[in-house]
Design a protein around this ligand. Structure first.
Ligand SMILES: [Zn+2]
Length: 315
């Protein structure tokens, strides 16, 4: 017959009592990187999940340090993709984020058929990402300011905007309008979601109209563009910010270069769809590296909300 302790052991639970005074952790030792064998004549063996190679500068980056730097290369500043939850955790005060419409899911309204059904695609992405759709929305605190914050995740069907993304963004903006809060949306999207056809395109008008009502109250909307922000999202709420920021090196545009070239019959300047080109030409106000975004937002929210604070009408 199995005793309690045997059962615990079988379950992998440690039954030992903890030491009265646990040994102090040496932070230097705790952060000690595993040795990487790069001796000549041996194939470079990079253990997965410990080191990541930067695609821009080829530096080998220790994953723990890369995560602590919000997935920005410590050598050259290359911005790796980052998930919506990680972004929110990095931006808002701990435990201050109250998610909205967390259970909203898309339906296959067109009965879309293809290599795989839309329903099965949605299920696969939901399992792989732990998200219900391509945006997380909610109210959280940045610095001392409550904000309505929406963060898109490119990892969910290319950050595409279907009816759920559009509806969640719209409800977020409306909550900001009702509560007198600034809206911040961090975009990352390949555009409208083709599996929902016209229903996706309608989200462009809906989100833009909600922003117009938000602006009527004199409340600020800050749009942060990340790699890539394109097509229907760029042609609606992503480009309507009172202040438009972008992460360095982001690809930003509406249509692809070939389509633009064929339509305009014009020679396109090199790098015309990068954040750096667009800040030089006035579409974007500033390029802000990811590790500096939190401090930057606190600063500009302070300027934007000062008038409301003086009137004593802030939530
Ligand atoms: Zn790098």
């Amino acid at each position: 017959m199995a005793t309690t302790s045997l059962s615990k052991k079988a379950l992998g639970l440690d039954t030992r009592e903890p030491a009265i005074a646990p040994p102090k952790l040496n932070p230097e030792k705790a952060l000690k990187k595993p040795k990487l064998n790069l001796s000549r004549g041996h194939k470079r063996d990079i253990p997965e999940g410990i080191w990541t190679k930067c695609p821009k500068c080829d530096a080998l980056l220790y994953d723990k340090e890369l995560d602590e730097n919000l997935k920005v290369c410590l050598k050259c500043g290359f911005h790796f993709p980052i998930g919506a939850r990680e972004r929110i955790n990095a931006l808002v005060k701990t435990c201050s984020f109250e998610e909205m419409d967390a259970d909203m899911v898309s339906v296959d309204i067109l009965g879309f058929t293809g290599v795989a059904s839309y329903t099965s695609k949605l299920a696969n992405y939901q399992n792989a990402t732990g998200l219900r759709d391509a945006v997380l929305t909610g109210i959280g605190t940045i610095g001392t300011q409550r904000v309505a914050l929406g963060v898109m995740d490119f990892g969910f069907l290319g950050g595409s905007m279907g009816s759920v993304v559009g509806e969640k963004i719209t409800r977020l903006i409306e909550a900001g309008t009702d509560k007198g809060l600034p809206v911040i949306i961090i975009s990352s999207s390949g555009g409208a979601r083709m599996y929902e056809g016209m229903f996706s395109l309608m989200q462009m008008a809906k989100t833009s109209a909600a922003l117009a009502y938000h602006a009527k109250k004199g409340l600020p909307y800050l749009s942060v563009l990340t790699h890539p922000t394109t097509a229907g999202v760029m042609a609606s709420y992503a480009s309507l910010g009172d202040l438009i920021l972008a992460e360095p090196g982001s690809m930003i545009g509406f249509a692809g270069p070939r389509v633009i070239k064929d339509t305009t019959q014009a020679e396109l300047p090199p790098g015309f769809q990068t954040a750096e080109f667009l800040v030089d030409h006035g579409l974007i106000d500033a390029i802000v590296p990811r590790p500096e975004l939190n401090a930057y937002l606190i600063n500009v929210l302070g300027y934007f909300m000062e008038g409301f604070r003086k009137q004593g009408v802030l939530a």
